[in-house]
Design a protein around this ligand. Structure first.
Ligand SMILES: *[C@@H]1O[C@H](CO)[C@@H](O)[C@H](O)[C@H]1NC(C)=O
Ligand SMILES: *[C@@H]1O[C@H](CO)[C@@H](O)[C@H](O)[C@H]1NC(C)=O
Ligand SMILES: *[C@@H]1O[C@H](CO)[C@@H](O)[C@H](O)[C@H]1NC(C)=O
Ligand SMILES: *[C@@H]1O[C@H](CO)[C@@H](O)[C@H](O)[C@H]1NC(C)=O
Ligand SMILES: *[C@@H]1O[C@H](CO)[C@@H](O)[C@H](O)[C@H]1NC(C)=O
Ligand SMILES: *[C@@H]1O[C@H](CO)[C@@H](O)[C@H](O)[C@H]1NC(C)=O
Ligand SMILES: *[C@@H]1O[C@H](CO)[C@@H](O)[C@H](O)[C@H]1NC(C)=O
Length: 795
């Protein structure tokens, strides 16, 4: 025993020494003068002749070059490249690289790969993703990605940023309490996936190479990463945290909800990385699940890129999940085999060597991971440089154009929730403004988390100061508002003003990573503040809520002294400007809620840890998201008003779809409610039919019948045939944001694929196309029509 312990100690110590010495090797470059790996001067500085290294020969394919690079490394050198801090191999001219940077809604300094200093003091800070999602504007999502990657490239050129960004966060908001809602595009898997593929393409695509079919050499502007895979949406709720949580998920929910955005991100966005999450799914830590990683991401979806762990996930497996009682060596062996290529952390770097010595690791698996990793760096120009981005520099960061786009994004996202004939306000009639509440002077609260340092900040009091004379009162000492002593001064200000704007809501002290909410109310005395100010205000009262998750503000909705309510998410560095522009009608709001705003008692009806999306009648749990919740809400998914009105007319639509089946295509059964009509051929398997052949169109005319120009978000849903047990109430299948001038018409056309838009996932996780009568619904049932799906056998 003693001997064993001793040799184990020595073994650990020895490996410590080996790795410590690896770390003390002087870096092969400093960031300030680094251009690219395959630069002859770099090699001669290292005492090497570059032409001896085939991996630097740009006449060869990336495959061949990457193989040459990996084949040159010893096992120890290979292992040194498997952590987010890749040490490089000076012996063969390979530079070190820091893989971890973040760019969720602007270049961020959260990861060690990126920093700000006197030369680059900040970057453009866009609204947090939940507000940008509310714009329902695909072109905007892509454009923001393009601007962020331009700033990232400029910072990279100046040695202040990396090339690989672990953004966006595309977990579906399954529960309204989740602390990370601000980082995400909301509750609908189709919206989340569409956001993901647009933002990723904005970050990654190099103009003119979007359609290249050699995916493993398609150039990348920067590399994006869709995270956190999968079924991750419990952070820290009551006593449950993500480091211990085991998400019990049905395959149906997996296919339909939790994996969907990732599938879209990989297949439609061609993302170059996916990050696995901290939690377990059905007992297995996601980063160790070869079915999730190797079979699904790599196998079924054909990822062109690398899979990375959430930071210290492997350690979490060992220390917290205590999965299989694994040793550290067992754990790295499990994750390598499962298909995890890069460890954000030090487990791969420290324990893959010992694991290999214990015979637990195949060197070939390491080679494979390194190939994925270095292929991405080659596509990024890390080896050869990127002439098309070479000229980007200081002037491309925080430019007026970029800051204007941040303002525009906030304006487009802001949602008008209530307007009792009051907004927009007219600046000429209202000179004296009371701007009160704990967010009236919001600054850093507007940029949320995973942010950088903003170029500048326009707080609400600054935005409103451009429209009138502002009297500012906080009303609460801070967002938690534990003290009512500041309410009175706010009331006094409101009594004297021509109009009162109350800015209230949440911030990171209430909802953020590692902090889920336990209720859906405004914190502390905020409700009192709002009611008391509204009761005494001389002029109209406008309530502006900053939050990511929904808040039960039924009291304000019903309070007739509160004339209008806006939701402004966390609106980014120009948030105060955007809010004032909307209130004073310089911009007509058109945003829509990307998630259901539930009534406060919703959270009493089911625990956050219950994963199913469908209602569980035996436990009295209601359904989740607009697809499965049929109860009353404060505001439903997709809700949002405008200062004008839009009328829809159906211009053309297809009302039936017939699919001929061969004798090898079988009818599939579906469970119908007891009293429902069940057709003789209830459904067919989507994989059995040539789905590309079955499209249907919808053309709408949108008329702006009001007297202001404005943008309308057209939301199109499909409803499965009546009576199919446990089918979604409705599914969002398309959306478009359309600008229509006052008194004018615009036509919009949608082309839907029958399988994607009318298909459902059954309880066995089969993707099926049901027959008989589906319904297409535009908006909140503003317009709807049936579409008949029938199957027939060729004779
Ligand atoms: C990995 O090894 C380094 C160097 O010996 C040490 O500083 C670090 O704490 C180790 N990390 C872990 C997670 O074991
Ligand atoms: C970068 O600068 C450092 C120190 O100034 C120098 O030692 C190194 O050789 C330079 N590298 C290159 C590639 O020029
Ligand atoms: C608004 O907040 C900023 C940043 O915290 C602070 O510097 C400034 O003094 C505040 N303005 C007022 C009027 O209190
Ligand atoms: C409430 O805030 C006021 C002003 O900041 C302070 O004087 C008072 O002590 C606070 N009261 C409590 C109970 O914290
Ligand atoms: C809207 O305003 C009218 C007239 O002031 C008032 O009667 C009504 O109650 C208000 N509605 C709401 C929901 O505030
Ligand atoms: C709403 O869902 C609940 C939970 O499954 C169900 O019991 C109820 O019948 C549904 N109500 C309607 C109107 O569909
Ligand atoms: C808009 O549509 C509604 C309902 O279809 C109709 O009553 C109204 O007259 C229409 N308005 C205009 C201006 O066309």
């Amino acid at each position: 025993m003693a001997k064993l312990v001793l040799s184990f100690l020595c073994f650990t110590l020895c490996s410590f020494i080996i790795f410590t010495s690896a770390r003390t090797i002087p870096p092969s470059h400093t960031t300030s003068n680094f251009t690219h790996v395959c630069h002859p001067a770099r090699f001669s500085n290292l005492g090497l002749e570059m032409s001896n290294f085939a991996y630097c020969d740009s006449s060869l394919s990336f495959d061949v070059r990457v193989k040459d690079l990996v084949d040159r490394m010893t096992l120890k050198e290979k292992i040194n490249q498997l952590g987010n801090k890749a040490f490089g191999v000076p012996r063969i001219g390979l530079a070190k690289y820091e893989w971890w940077s973040e760019a969720l809604h602007g270049v961020s300094n959260v990861g060690p790969g990126t920093f700000f200093d006197d030369l680059i003091p900040g970057s453009t800070s866009f609204p947090t993703v939940i507000l940008t999602a509310a714009s329902f504007d695909e072109a905007l999502w892509r454009k923001i990605g393009q601007v962020v990657s331009t700033e990232a490239r400029a910072m990279y050129n100046l040695g202040r940023a990396g090339l690989t960004y672990w953004s966006p966060n595309i977990n579906v908001v399954r529960d309204p309490r989740w602390g990370r809602i601000t980082e995400t595009p909301g509750e609908d898997p189709f919206v989340v996936g569409t956001y993901a593929s647009n933002y990723v393409r904005g970050l990654q695509d190099v103009e003119g190479t979007e359609d290249m079919t050699d995916f493993n050499s398609r150039p990348l502007k920067v590399s994006a990463c869709c995270k956190h895979y999968a079924a991750y949406d419990v952070d820290n709720w009551l006593q449950v945290d993500r480091y211990h949580f085991d998400a019990r998920v049905t395959e149906q929910d997996m296919v339909e909800t939790f994996l969907k955005p990732f599938e879209m991100c990989v297949k439609d966005g061609d993302v170059s990385s996916v990050m696995c999450s901290y939690n377990r799914v059905n007992g297995i830590p996601t980063c160790a699940d070869s079915r999730l990683l190797k079979d699904t991401i790599r196998g079924d979806w054909e990822l062109h890129g690398y899979i990375v762990s959430d930071c210290d996930s492997i350690q979490v497996m060992v220390d917290h999940h205590k999965w299989l009682g694994d040793t550290k060596e067992d754990a790295v062996a499990q994750t390598l085999k499962a298909g995890l290529d890069l460890d954000c952390g030090e487990y791969y770097t420290n324990f893959t060597g010992p694991a290999a010595k214990q015979g637990k690791v195949r060197e070939e698996d390491i080679d494979k991971s390194l190939k994925y990793l270095y292929t991405v760096l080659m596509r990024l120009g890390f080896f050869d440089g990127s002439p098309s981005f070479k000229s980007l520099g200081q002037n491309d960061i925080c430019s007026d154009k970029h800051i204007e786009l941040a303002t525009e994004a906030a304006r487009e996202g802001i949602v008008l929730l209530k307007n009792n004939n009051t907004l927009p306000l007219h600046p000429s009639k209202l000179r004296k403004l009371a701007v009160v509440g704990p967010h009236a002077n919001a600054t850093s609260a507007m940029i949320g988390n995973y942010a950088g340092i903003p170029c500048q900040l326009t707080a609400p009091i600054d935005g409103f100061a451009k429209y009138g004379k502002v009297t500012y009162e906080m009303g609460c000492g801070e967002i938690l508002c534990k003290n009512e002593s500041l309410i009175f001064p706010a009331m006094r200000a409101a009594k004297k003003a021509d109009a009162t704007i109350i800015l209230a809501g949440l911030d990171l002290s209430v909802e953020q990573e590692s902090l889920d909410r336990v209720d859906l109310l405004l914190p502390g005395y905020q409700t009192q503040l709002i009611n008391q100010v509204a009761a005494v205000s001389k002029g109209p009262v406008i309530l502006v809520i900053m939050s990511a998750g929904g808040v039960d503000i039924s009291f304000a909705k019903e309070n007739e002294n509160i004339k209008a309510i806006l939701w402004a998410g966390y609106p980014g560095e120009e948030g105060g400007q955007a809010i004032a522009d909307v209130v004073f009608g310089k911009y007509n709001p058109g945003g829509r809620l990307p998630l259901t705003w539930h009534e406060a008692n919703y959270v009493d009806m089911l625990p956050m840890t219950s994963m199913p999306l469908r209602p569980i009648d035996s436990l009295g749990y209601p359904g989740r998201t607009h697809k499965f919740f049929n109860g009353s809400t404060v505001y439903p998914f997709g809700y949002g008003l405008s200062y004008t009105q839009f009328n829809y007319t159906l211009a053309s639509s297809k009302k039936s779809l017939h699919i001929d089946l061969t004798k090898l295509q079988h009818c599939r059964d579906l469970i119908y409610d007891a009293d429902a009509y069940k057709p003789p051929c209830p459904a067919v398997l989507i994989n059995d039919i040539h789905c590309n052949n079955y499209n249907f169109e919808l053309e709408l005319e949108i008329q702006n019948v009001g007297d202001r120009d404005g943008s309308d978000v057209v939301l199109v849903y499909s409803k499965p045939p009546e009576g199919i047990a446990e089918a979604p109430i409705k599914q969002l299948i398309g959306f478009k944001r359309v600008f229509v001038k006052a008194g004018r018409n615009e036509k919009v056309k949608f082309v839907f694929n029958a399988c994607k838009s009318l298909g459902i996932v059954d309880y066995k996780a089969y993707q099926l196309l049901p027959s008989s009568q589906h319904t297409i619904m535009v908006g909140d049932d503003v317009l709807s029509y049936p579409i008949q799906v029938s199957f027939g056998y060729d004779q």
